[in-house]
Write a protein that binds this ligand. Structure first.
Ligand SMILES: Cc1ncc(C[n+]2csc(CCOP(=O)(O)OP(=O)(O)O)c2C)c(N)n1
Ligand SMILES: [Mg+2]
Length: 413
């Protein structure tokens, strides 16, 4: 366990009262109380903002960029400065630019595959910026924005998609685990890790990212059960981007996803996943619960996958343009820009400089990908076992003999 912290986690039987979403054990913080409300609520958070049949959606910035008050979550972003807001905007713009560059590189044959995050920038940057350095992240394969917030160099994300390495970064370098393709499995890894954090007495938290489709996996159900029963300090951050490749959310669930948490005995909340401020606030609240020994939380970030599932997918086969257009009006970057402009928090110079920075990032990414060396053929045998294994040795020797059998062999690797 690499998490270090001196503060002892306040873990108590009272904390487990979170099974009803009650505020017991939360030292009277507002968050516990809201947990109860959210868990059971079927009414909208903001009267009149939604049709009464629609579930609650936490929103702090409207699609037009207007800041709306929210008694439950305002305190979590109370200290945010104009500079912070520009920082969030910059994060989202650069992440989108990096993502577009990666998509283009795949089209040029430089990458084998790419899974775009287009449209999900606010969910990822908001939640990513809510984290502390000593928190630990278990991503799926689309969390390029969270990786950015963790300080993972974006070019490192591309190695696996180019097929030159098996991951590309040291998970413990930034407390950001390797991408996980087997959907949902990382929620179990996160739960186990969080149980370890609790045993260490650390006050850091763990966050697991997964999708609406992954929510149907048995692994996710098991991780919900385990984390609830063991009161593990983990936040389940579900980006409901409405699609699991070609399957719509209706094929995954008959209730809004965040309501699933209630059945496991911990709070669930649906946040506007295209609202970076709301995602920041709600994730901070959920992380605070984890640190306070109040156990897991499910955050459902309601968002939209604007692009294809991956570069191998053609969404026109299963969904219409109207849907995408409706979500374009809720674009996460546009709404923060509107807010910055309306509040005079950013001038033209800021946007121009950012555009130049985006260009420079794109160039750096292109050059780095093209310069990536081909892998050592024998690297595949490394890191299989901590102390080596006879069978791996045998397979390595067989492979060496095979390589050497070619006429132009250069004596192995
Ligand atoms: C266990 C498992 N089953 C099936 C797949 C194939 N698969 C890859 S992505 C995906 C859909 C995932 O959808 P979702 O969880 O909503 O995440 P999103 O891609 O929308 O971010 C599927 C079925 C897989 N990778 N792992
Ligand atoms: Mg999805």
């Amino acid at each position: 366990m690499t998490v270090d912290s001196s503060a002892a986690r306040k873990r108590s039987a009272a904390g487990k009262a979170g099974t009803t979403g009650s505020k017991a054990g939360s030292a009277g913080t507002k968050s516990g109380a809201t947990g109860a409300k959210r868990t059971t609520s079927t009414t909208p958070a903001r009267a009149g903002a939604k049709k009464s049949s629609e579930p609650a959606l936490v929103q702090l910035l409207t699609p037009e960029g207007k800041r709306v008050e929210n008694a439950e979550y305002d305190s979590y972003v109370a200290g945010i400065t104009p500079e912070d807001l520009r920082g969030l905007y910059r994060d989202m713009v650069l992440t989108r630019r990096f993502d577009a560059e990666a998509t283009a590189l795949q089209r040029q044959g430089e990458l084998g595959l790419w899974a775009s995050l287009l449209g999900q920038e606010a969910a990822q940057i908001g939640s990513g910026r809510a984290l502390r350095d000593d928190d630990y992240v278990f991503p799926t394969y689309r969390e390029h924005g969270v990786a950015w917030c963790r300080g993972v160099d974006p070019t490192n994300l591309l190695g696996m998609f180019r097929g030159v390495n098996n991951g590309g970064w040291d998970p413990n370098g930034n407390n950001f685990h390797l991408y996980t393709i087997v959907i949902g499995s990382q929620t179990l890894h996160a739960t186990g890790y969080a149980m370890g954090v609790a045993k260490d007495g650390a006050d850091s938290a763990v966050i697991a990212y997964f999708g609406d489709g992954a929510s149907s996996q048995g692994d996710v159900a098991e991780s919900f059960t385990f984390s609830a029963v063991y009161n593990a300090p983990v936040v389940f951050f579900c980006q409901n981007n409405q699609w699991a490749i070609s399957e719509p959310t209706e094929k995954q669930t008959r209730v809004p996803l965040y309501q699933r948490a209630q059945g496991y005995g911990f709070p669930g909340v649906r946040v506007d996943g295209n609202d970076v401020l709301a995602c920041l606030a709600v994730t901070k609240w959920a992380l605070e619960r984890a640190r306070n020994g109040e156990g897991p939380t499910l955050v459902e970030a309601f968002t939209y996958r604007m692009g294809a599932h991956t570069t191998s997918d053609d969404p026109s086969r299963y969904r219409g343009d109207e849907e995408r257009q409706a979500w374009e009006a809720k674009d996460p970057i546009l709404r923060l820009r509107r807010h910055l402009e309306a509040s005079n928090h950013a001038d033209e110079g800021f946007f121009e400089e950012l555009e130049a920075e985006s260009e420079a990032l794109g160039k750096r990414v292109r050059e780095a990908v093209r310069a990536m060396p081909d892998p050592d053929h024998f690297a595949i045998f490394e890191n299989v076992y901590a102390d080596g294994h006879a069978l791996v040795d045998e397979e390595r020797a067989q492979f060496a003999a095979y390589q050497a059998s070619f006429a132009d062999a250069e004596g192995g690797h």
